[in-house]
Design a binder for this molecule. Sequence first.
Ligand code: KIV
Length: 274
Amino acid sequence: MSATARKSAPLPDDIRAMKGRAPIVSLTAYTTPMARMMDAQCDFVLVGDSVGMVLHGLPSTLGVTMEMMILHGQAVARGLSRAMMVIDMPFGSYEESPTLAFRNAARLLRETGAGAVKLEGGRHMAETIAFLVARGVPVMAHIGLTPQSVNTLGGYKVQGRGTAAEALLADARAVSDAGAFSVVLEKVPSALADRITAKIPIPTIGIGAGAGCDGQILVVDDMLGLFTAFKPKFVKRYATLGADGEAAIASYAAEVRAGTFPAPEHGFAEEAPN
Ligand code: KIV
């Protein structure tokens, strides 16, 4: 399936122009109903590769494929009429060479209608970012904790503490100079995120990076409280859908076992009413 870009969606340049003017609001989405729910509130919606862990039960994002991203990207696109859609490039689809990255980024944009791709990495991805941008692919960068590198980072740790701060600032400058229109800062000390935000001309989008970033993003299932057993420190739960869902399913099970559901009003009469 090929999708065409939605006419009213903001462009990457509109998101870039929000720096210093208005906080940028974003969430992840993986399905049409979730995308519909957030379309009016978000400046951009990210089809994150977190879909692998959140919806498919994978242990990390490493098992996410292009096909999964395209399927979820198409679903999210159907739920958006206003917010820009950004889509993650999955592990293995861009690191090898700028040409491989272009081939896969072009496929993601063409087949989902996304307005931009996101990829993980700082200085070492600058050449690829410049290559994509020069060929018409808007890129959102992602530095700090980059979950696709969980095996080399040694876990989901805070990044940029102590002497690592300068390296992270250099990463931010490199992706900005390469032409990225914004950069996600994940799990970075708040003071360092503030410094980076002040020093680069593109918006920083924080997740676990404090209030000083130009925008914020959260995984929607986290902020809706869909997971009952797991809550990262940087997540605020705005709802308790997981606990509410468990209670609702328990009520349903009890009523089916007690014979009280379905009630007469949930059934159909033999004769259709006039
Ligand atoms: O995949 C994802 O959900 C992300 C966000 C956490 C920024 O990359």
